[in-house]
Design a protein around this ligand. Sequence first.
Ligand SMILES: Cc1cc2nc3c(=O)[nH]c(=O)nc-3n(C[C@H](O)[C@H](O)[C@H](O)COP(=O)(O)OP(=O)(O)OC[C@H]3O[C@@H](n4cnc5c(N)ncnc54)[C@H](O)[C@@H]3O)c2cc1C
Length: 389
Amino acid sequence: MRTQVVIVGSGPAGLLLGQLLEKAGIATILLEQKSKDYVLGRIRAGVLEQGAVALLDEAGAGARLHREGLVHEGTEIAFSGVRHRIDFKALTGKTVTVYGQTEATRDLMDARAALGAPSIYEALDVSLHDLESERPRVRYAKDGKNFEIACDHVAGCDGFHGVSRRSIPEERLRTYERVYPFGWLGILVDKPPVSEELIYVNHARGFALCSMRSMTRSRYYLQCRLDEHVEDWPDDKFWEELARRLDPEAAKNLQTGASIEKSIAPLRSFVAEPMRYGNLFLAGDAAHIVPPTGAKGLNLAASDIAYLSAALIERYKKGSSAGLEAYPQKALARIWKAERFSWWMTQMLHRFPESSGFDQKMQGAELDYLFSSKAAQTALAENYVGLPY
Ligand SMILES: Cc1cc2nc3c(=O)[nH]c(=O)nc-3n(C[C@H](O)[C@H](O)[C@H](O)COP(=O)(O)OP(=O)(O)OC[C@H]3O[C@@H](n4cnc5c(N)ncnc54)[C@H](O)[C@@H]3O)c2cc1C
């Protein structure tokens, strides 16, 4: 087989890139190791920056989002049992949209199918070859048969555990990492959320987050230890612990029910530089991970794709490689700022097992300053709604 761009991974990064390139007349083949249903069953991010919404529109996959997504003009942060609102709209003129990653993925898959662009699910043993040459090749196995695709470029959109980053020789890659000493226990429930906006909670028993996917489906998180398992947390125990960490009004409004999904995610900051090796370009979680506290993971995948799609379109339409040369630098400048914001939010809102009395006082002072300073709130708001790209 032969195509222009092979895209490895059918997450938001791969699907979005596929749409933007196909719409510009660039041929792609998308390879995904899991089945379509498996990909659609994963519950992950849910808060979209305006930039990500605009890209989904450009990709022809934004119609349902505009019908069903919830526009949020602010968020609340609770500390010492009192909630404080950060008004994104008033401070930045911008908003965010609550729309599940699963839904955005489905819309992008449907849009790709409508264009008739090829997607190969359950493509196993994907391997990348001759990446430094003008003719990279991608091999995979499907239904017991082996296949090879010749192409010009490979987009490594296959997430943190994918094959793309591992295909770059170690000496050509620099990685930076912080692993946090806790995880997030998440629960999804078909009940209305406690409040119309998200509530981030810093509590002596640990962080909590009241989030949502719609006005009838809520997503809640509790900071948990890394050695805990989902089986340690029957629904009743989860609801009891969540109620303890909420302010009295939120606890009163909490509607509990049987969970429809429950999982534990470890928290990590990670960046691999540069995001290019020959004609392989990394995007999204394949190159970087943020702790979910700043709601940046999916949004960073989108901004990478904005840069990468523009660079590939420039390469094919104008014959210039300048955009591709500049891609890592451009993308990384924004990534590191989102890494900083996600690290800062994590630092400010969680209880760290090793923290001293001094650390605790610093955290309290940081929050006190945030609640009392318009400048500090503006800094949070402009990062939360997304830095420009
Ligand atoms: C459990 C969990 C919860 C999260 N919650 C949040 C949240 O609340 N807020 C937030 O902002 N972000 C969250 N994130 C992060 C967010 O979901 C990711 O940043 C986002 O999915 C990145 O998109 P991506 O397309 O780069 O990678 P992915 O969505 O990971 O997609 C990569 C795709 O590549 C496929 N793949 C992997 N290896 C191969 C291979 N060898 N061959 C072929 N295909 C392969 C995978 O199956 C997957 O479909 C969460 C992530 C996880 C894992």
